[in-house]
Design a protein around this ligand. Structure first.
Ligand code: NAP
Ligand code: ZN
Ligand code: ZN
Length: 347
């Protein structure tokens, strides 16, 4: 069986430390990937610290994985050794329920198998991408264009698809006024996609120092969300708002900014649930929704769209040894705008 070297948290209170473990022997449908880069998602931090109360330890996080195929099983048709490949948040699903049938494996009725902090169908724990290799069924591997900077592609596998999917689903396009809340890993991709789809983009941030970057990334306007006056100026004006914030905050302030029948979609998942004012929704027939990553087909569509439009993430490359420091900085919203681990640092 292939041996993997990575970093793991052994309890929710412990920092990540070096960890050696086994991957499964590649089966006929599997590809083995030498991981070159892995993005650092705020979900990694939520799970490592067991904020969602579902932690399986030891935990090797990481679901923004890119690298090169080193081995392929006998029945693999989509990849050959040497090809670039990516793995996102899922490594399997039931493959037979209506959601899986529609290519929406993230909503699998039996629950998809997560890339880490989850269990394979045989009950074995899954280990993620903070490691030097991974073995995955080719159905859940993504094709990566060699045209883009590989390290900056990694965050597309989660931050990219998690913002692309709802912006597409709610038809964000020319002539629509769209808000993105929070300029972190997800938020900065949301700004890039919404702008690329032709919308008028407004970025809401609690960090005044990010305003200039937000404009450079594609926002037409920036609102400092702690200023009531600035918020009020946009009352009843948005078609769609995407909320990427990782910490508890007041959603009612954003609902008030929606037009009649506008939608506020949540992708950020703080450890406390929001309190909503029903009247704020009822009187303007407004809607609140949620959205989870994206299916494999849509993830491939998003990667192909990014290759065609030269869209990648703005990243800060770190060695694996700096991961605990990176988490502390992420908690302070001090990341521009996604940490990506360089796996060469493990060798
Ligand atoms: P991130 O890089 O840490 O960005 C989150 C941003 O939220 C921060 O940069 C900050 O932006 C803002 N923020 C932080 N604390 C805040 C507070 N107390 N009040 C208001 N704003 C605050 O995190 P991320 O990786 O983008 O992930 C964001 C959230 O999405 C996490 O909860 C993560 O688990 C979740 N997620 C969901 C999915 C899904 O499928 N739905 C997928 C991936 C991640 P400003 O400085 O601009 O205010
Ligand atoms: Zn993620
Ligand atoms: Zn299913």
């Amino acid at each position: 069986m292939p041996t993997a070297l990575g970093y793991a948290a052994h309890t929710s209170k412990a920092p990540l430390t070096p960890f050696q473990f086994e991957r499964r022997e590649p089966g006929p449908n599997d590809v083995q990937i030498e991981i070159q880069y892995c993005g650092v998602c705020h979900s990694d931090l939520h799970q490592v610290r067991d904020e969602w109360n579902n932690g399986i330890f030891p935990m090797v996080p990481g679901h923004e994985i890119v690298g090169r195929v080193t081995r392929t099983g006998a029945r693999v048709t989509g990849f050959k050794p040497g090809d670039l490949a990516g793995v996102g948040c899922m490594v399997d699903s039931c493959r037979s329920c209506p959601s899986c049938g529609e290519g929406l494996e993230q909503y699998c009725e039996k629950g998809f198998v997560g890339t880490y902090n989850s269990r394979h169908k045989d009950g074995a724990p899954t280990y993620g991408g903070y490691a030097n290799n991974i073995v995955v069924d080719e159905t859940f591997a993504l094709r990566i264009s060699p045209k883009l900077d590989l390290a900056a592609v990694a965050p597309l596998l989660c931050a990219g698809i998690t913002t692309y999917s709802p912006l597409r689903h709610w038809n964000v396009s020319n002539g629509r006024k769209v808000g993105i809340v929070g300029l972190g890993g997800l938020g900065h991709m949301g700004v890039k996609f919404a702008r690329s789809f032709g919308a008028h983009v407004v970025l809401f941030t609690t960090s005044p120092g990010k305003a200039e970057d937000a404009r450079r990334l594609g926002a037409h306007e920036v609102v400092i969300s702690t200023s009531r006056d600035e918020m009020k100026r946009h009352a009843r004006s948005f078609d769609f708002i995407l909320d990427t914030v990782a910490a508890p905050h007041d959603l009612n302030a954003y609902v008030s900014l929606l037009k009649r029948q506008g939608t506020l979609t949540l992708v950020g998942m703080p450890d406390k649930d929001p309190v909503l004012k029903a009247g704020n929704l009822i009187f303007q027939r407004r809607q609140i929704a949620g959205s989870l990553i994206g299916g494999i087909k849509e993830t491939q569509d998003m990667l192909d769209y990014c290759a065609a439009h030269s869209i990648v993430s703005d990243i800060e490359l770190i060695p694996m040894q700096k991961i605990n420091e990176a988490y502390e900085r992420m908690l302070k919203s001090d990341v521009k705008y996604r940490f990506v681990i360089d796996m060469a640092s493990l060798r």
